[in-house]
Unconditional design. Structure first.
Ligand SMILES: Cc1cc2nc3c(=O)[nH]c(=O)nc-3n(C[C@H](O)[C@H](O)[C@H](O)COP(=O)(O)OP(=O)(O)OC[C@H]3O[C@@H](n4cnc5c(N)ncnc54)[C@H](O)[C@@H]3O)c2cc1C
Length: 315
């Protein structure tokens, strides 16, 4: 989102991502014949600014409305509340890929590039990368989870003001343990193929086939922050065993074809920064962005934060 805003204003942009694809927590994984979203599951729209982008993605055939509410577990509890929840054709990661592919030629996207340190000589930035020459830039937007962004500055002996450092160090994230279960037959989850129980230790369970992104029945389960913190280092088998009584009632006779655990150390912000971006004082242009900035959080918050960081840098 930031790269689009910067290139629209005439800047030349390089996007660096350590992942095999862009997208970060917009993450989709192939398992056997299925595909599963294992980070963000859907997104909502609360602002007219974001609604404009979502309309564009929907008319481009990238995003689609999945549901207007979730079941809390039985067949009769799905309560439509009028608010559309959007998913992405092919999985959430496809939205990030779409954004990368529609950048103009004044932007370059490099994946499998791990940034190791951010240095400054007082005028611009030198970006150290694993297995590649340093890169130079006039300005920088860092969108990694904030503890990781701070570590990159520290590794480059780049010092923030006390105020900026304290504001950034106050940001925290919850972990999330995610179970992915490929089955030989469809589980009988209530419409629309997902169960949301915000106060239960498994807060989310969805069948990616019912969602429309998987050729095979494939469950995604998310544990809440308390369980995820307590069991973060537990073996996969123990976590999968804990998940089993939660999904089994919906798939009594199904055979597990494959099961995986994905650990998110930084899943969603717990303590956020109140503004959509933080422009560092006393350094060459540097803005921090991501879902921990602003008052929206989650995917919409991350998108709006990217736009705000671009505006701050251009200013
Ligand atoms: C389990 C889970 C469930 C979620 N459910 C929902 C949901 O249903 N709805 C919703 O709206 N949101 C949901 N979210 C939150 C949503 O995914 C995030 O808010 C959003 O994707 C954050 O985007 P971001 O750009 O701020 O950060 P990220 O997506 O984390 O992007 C940061 C990027 O920085 C890259 N990076 C980090 N360090 C380096 C480095 N050293 N060098 C190069 N690149 C680096 C990473 O590879 C990554 O691509 C969920 C998240 C998780 C984990």
């Amino acid at each position: 989102m930031a790269a689009h805003a910067l290139t629209r204003a005439g800047a030349r942009v390089t996007v660096l991502d350590k992942g095999r694809s862009v997208g970060g927590r917009l993450a989709t994984r192939r398992i056997g014949a299925g595909h599963a979203d294992h980070g963000a599951q859907f997104f909502t729209v609360r602002t007219s600014e974001f609604a404009g982008y979502v309309q564009e993605w929907a008319s481009d055939g990238v995003a689609y409305e999945w549901a207007r509410g979730w079941s809390s577990g039985d067949q009769h509890t799905t309560k439509p509340d009028g608010h559309p929840r959007y998913a992405v054709k092919g999985g959430m990661n496809a939205l990030a890929v779409h954004l990368a592919e529609t950048l103009p030629s004044t932007a370059e996207v490099r994946v499998n590039v791990k940034v190791t340190a951010l240095h400054t000589d007082g005028r611009g930035w030198r970006i150290a990368q694993e297995d590649a020459d340093d890169l130079h830039a006039d300005g920088l937007i860092v969108t990694a989870p904030v503890p990781q962004s701070l570590a990159l500055l520290e590794a480059g002996n780049t010092y923030l003001t006390d105020t900026d450092r304290a504001a950034l160090q106050a940001i925290t994230y919850d972990p999330c343990l995610c179970g992915l279960i490929l089955l030989d037959r469809a589980p009988l989850l209530p419409d629309p193929g997902a169960v949301q129980r915000p106060n239960y230790w498994v807060s989310w369970m969805a069948d990616n086939q019912r969602k429309g992104i998987s050729a095979a029945p494939l469950l995604t389960l998310h544990a809440d922050p308390a369980y995820s913190a307590a069991k973060y280092g537990a073996p996969d088998a123990e976590i999968l065993e804990d998940f089993a009584p939660v999904w089994r009632p919906y798939a009594a006779d199904a055979v597990i074809l494959e099961a995986q655990v994905k650990r998110w150390r930084y899943s969603q912000p717990a303590v956020m920064h109140p503004h959509p971006t933080l422009r560092a004082e006393g350094l060459p242009p540097l803005a921090f962005a991501g879902d921990a900035f602003g008052d929206k959080s989650r995917m919409e918050g991350a998108a709006l934060s990217g736009l705000a960081a671009a505006a701050a840098l251009l200013h």
